[in-house]
Design a protein around this ligand. Structure first.
Ligand code: NAD
Length: 431
């Protein structure tokens, strides 16, 4: 099938590459000229495991191309995906400027029946708005589909190729048939394609992110109670996670959630629920707890040192989670800003997000090229992201490099007893 994907970010690029991988003819459109130029030269704008090889392979097979030319790509396609960003407005609502601008351009370009698929995460009612915007521009017939994306950054290719389910909101049977055909190769293992109305599809995406964020904030609070009463959150987590009604995922406490989705999506859900007369109280608490969790962790450094002014703090991990270079809303940003405000010196390392961090902090922090380089002369190490390579370090080498052997583990990747035996003063979350 001929497909156009508008927006070549974390979602659009993965979507385009995976659709091409299954034999479709895909054109990825982006308004960012530099990005398109780099992609044409085979350079990835983001880090996502397995993506680069897939893009290279499908470009070589001429099933995947990159362009700025939206009208031509739309005219050539049967299905057009909108996968542009929906950032957060100041009032918490989702900013639909990019989505609606793309809808208008699509309306101006179409020359026959097309299926327009909203892949971006958008509030309930957006499919109807996209329809209205396109109708203002054209008399050609088209269908609007809401097809939210559930991939996880860091495992995006794998998730897209083997989804748990595919959610498709439709208004008519013709679009449903085309979408079923498009997704058939991805659901051969039995994953269901769930057909529903657009409003339900749109709400499903927000509800999914909201329940995951809720689990994290909930477990952060249980961990805080564990600290207060002398319990160990690892035991508690295993005890509750083995209950089949609860399950083991998303029960790990830490320094708060971040990323380009959870923080903005829960705020958007709170906002559009409120706009429709419903006060979403649980989610408001989830958001508050998340902010408090970041501050609570920094307070541990302050209470250890008395003052962190003039201290050298090493930070391992900057991306909001492992296996990505994405630092949008990463807890490490709040942490580092706090350390800088308190006049500490920050030496940081991340396996993939170094250049993103350089763009955010400039010369305010020093970025190490290797994990151990960040430890030189450090008064303490903070682990902010649980990259695998931090899990089994050479503790002897760490001790030698650091001025004092103090570790603040925001992701609970080390064992308290093991760290004590290695001679470290060790702080973690809920243990
Ligand atoms: P992103 O910021 O990485 O990418 C968006 C891309 O769209 C950019 O390359 C930008 O240049 C391009 N763009 C913006 N306006 C355009 C226009 N008018 N024409 C052409 N291109 C345009 O965003 P992302 O992380 O890929 O997220 C996209 C959407 O998917 C968001 O709504 C997000 O909430 C949702 N989502 C994201 C994830 C994730 O893990 N990142 C997962 C599921 C859903």
């Amino acid at each position: 099938m001929k497909i156009a994907v508008v927006g070549t970010g974390y979602v659009g690029l993965v979507l385009g590459a995976c659709l091409a991988e299954n034999g479709n003819d895909v054109t990825c459109v982006d308004k960012d000229e530099a990005k398109v130029r780099r992609l044409r030269r085979g350079l990835m704008p983001i880090y996502e495991p397995g993506l680069e090889e897939m893009v290279r392979r499908n470009r070589a097979e001429k099933r995947l191309e990159f362009t700025k030319d939206l009208p031509r790509s739309v005219r050539a396609a049967r299905i057009v995906f909108i996968a542009v960003g929906t950032p957060q407005h100041e009032d918490g609502s989702a900013d639909l400027t990019h989505v609606l601008a793309v809808a208008r351009e699509i309306g101006q370009a179409i020359d026959g029946y097309k299926v327009i698929v909203d892949k971006s995460t958008v509030p309930v009612g957006t499919a109807a708005r996209v329809r209205a915007v396109i109708e203002r521009e054209t008399n050609h017939s088209f269908s609007v589909v809401s097809n939210p994306e559930f991939l996880k950054q860091g495992a995006a290719v794998e998730d897209f190729l083997k989804p748990d389910r595919v959610v498709i909101g439709v208004e008519d049977e013709k679009a449903e048939e085309l979408m079923r055909e498009l997704y058939a190769p991805f659901t051969r293992t039995g994953a269901p394609i769930m057909i529903m109305d657009c409003a339900s599809a749109e709400l499903s995406k927000y509800a999914a992110n909201a329940i995951l964020a809720t689990r994290i904030s909930f477990m952060n609070e249980v961990a805080n109670v564990a600290e207060a009463v002398g319990a160990n959150i690892d035991h508690v987590r295993r005890a509750i996670g083995s209950d089949r009604r609860i399950g083991p995922s998303f029960l790990f406490p830490g320094i708060g959630f971040g990323g380009s989705c959870f923080p903005k999506d829960i705020k958007a859900l709170i906002k559009f629920a409120g706009d429709n007369g419903y006060d979403f109280q649980t989610l408001k608490a989830v958001d508050r707890v998340n902010e408090a969790q970041k501050v609570r962790f920094v307070a541990k450094l302050e209470s250890h040192f008395g003052s962190i002014k003039g201290k050298t703090i090493a930070v391992w991990g900057l991306a909001f989670k492992p296996r990505t270079d994405d630092m949008r809303e990463a807890p490490a940003i709040a942490l580092i800003n706090h350390l800088l405000r308190a006049k500490a010196k920050v030496q940081a390392f991340d396996p993939q997000a170094g250049s993103v961090a350089a763009g955010i902090f400039g010369r305010k922090i020093s970025l190490a090229r290797k994990s151990y380089d960040a430890l030189k002369g450090a008064d303490a190490l903070v682990v902010a992201t649980e990259w695998n390579e931090f899990r089994e370090p050479d503790f002897g080498r760490m001790r030698k490099l650091m001025k004092t052997p103090v570790v603040f583990d925001g992701r609970n990747i080390y064992s308290p007893a093991g760290m004590k035996a290695q001679g470290f003063t060790y702080y973690s979350v809920g243990r």
